[in-house]
Design a protein around this ligand. Structure first.
Ligand code: ZN
Length: 287
């Protein structure tokens, strides 16, 4: 198992972690000042500052990406909506390429319209079918572009509105169905916040192997968790066995960055510098 205690060379910061404090260009500068070598930015953050500007800044600072967030949200009420989603995913692939991302992370979506409280339909198996077809179509484009797609299973509490793929096993089944033989074009993002509870986690991480493990996200599960989306814990403040899980992914062959991704109203209210410093310290000590 890699030693994280002496430095933070293998730490990546998912830029949602400090998105309420700073725009992305400032986040990159603050990461560079702290010798953080990798980030994973979100499309809306990139768009606000400008894609070309961010690409230039990454080059200047030498900071690389551990992933690009995000594509997905494939299901829609009708064919026009599904086509629009596919086109949006193609644009996301193009952006990921321009930023030199190792993969585009997919939050696959579920009942269309559920995010705003009024789903167009309630048939989750239909949503799963649309997700499968959507990933399949996006994969054709991504494969030609040379941009791997990483399916991120989300905690089942988000099954209605954000993702109808909720376990690593389900994500890997999709990979096997759509990318037989494992070309490296399709894999998974293992976000411990979403999958730590899964009794099959260890076995499914081993099943994924180097070929499919494209990204690894860490935070912690707080007791109590007060918000379904924005109450993630800082590593060490909750119940996830971070080191044990990291051993599993590394034994499966994962050698990439360990990405800190904390959506938290609590941490968004603290000074951004304190948040980054805490991420670095906890990453060395408890991840
Ligand atoms: Zn994640």
């Amino acid at each position: 198992m890699r030693d994280f205690s002496a430095g933070h060379e293998l730490l990546s910061i998912n830029t949602a972690t400090v998105r309420k404090q700073w725009p992305l260009d400032r986040i990159i500068d603050e990461c560079a000042r702290r010798n953080v070598r990798a980030i994973s930015p979100w499309r809306d953050q990139v768009a606000t500052v400008g894609l070309a500007k961010i690409a230039r800044q990454l080059k200047e600072t030498g900071i690389v990406l551990s992933g690009y967030c995000r594509g997905g949200f494939f299901p829609a009420a009708d064919a026009a909506g599904r086509l629009a989603a596919l086109e949006d995913n193609r644009r996301a692939v193009d952006e990921a390429l321009m930023l030199g991302a190792p993969c585009l992370v997919l939050v696959v979506g579920s009942l269309p319209g559920a995010l705003t409280g009024s789903p167009a339909y309630c048939d989750i198996s239909r949503a799963r079918g649309e997700v499968r077809d959507g990933i399949g179509a996006a994969l054709e484009y991504a494969r030609q572009a040379g941009m791997p797609l990483a399916i991120e299973p989300l905690h089942p509490m988000q099954a209605a509105d954000r993702a109808c793929v909720n376990t690593l096993e389900q994500a890997l089944d999709l990979c096997d169905e759509l990318d037989r033989g494992g070309s490296g074009a399709l894999g998974v993002a293992v976000d411990l916040y979403h999958v730590w509870w899964d009794p099959k986690l260890e076995a499914q991480i081993a099943r994924a192997g180097t070929e499919r493990l494209l990204a690894y996200h860490v935070s912690d599960w707080l007791l109590p968790t007060r918000d379904l989306l924005n109450d993630r814990g800082m590593m060490g403040d909750g119940v996830i066995e971070l080191k044990k899980c990291r051993r599993w992914v590394e034994e499966a062959g994962f050698s990439g960055f360990s990405e800190v991704e904390i959506f938290s109203e609590t941490w968004w209210q603290k000074p951004g510098g304190d948040v980054l410093d805490t991420c670095i310290e906890r990453h060395m000590r408890v991840v």
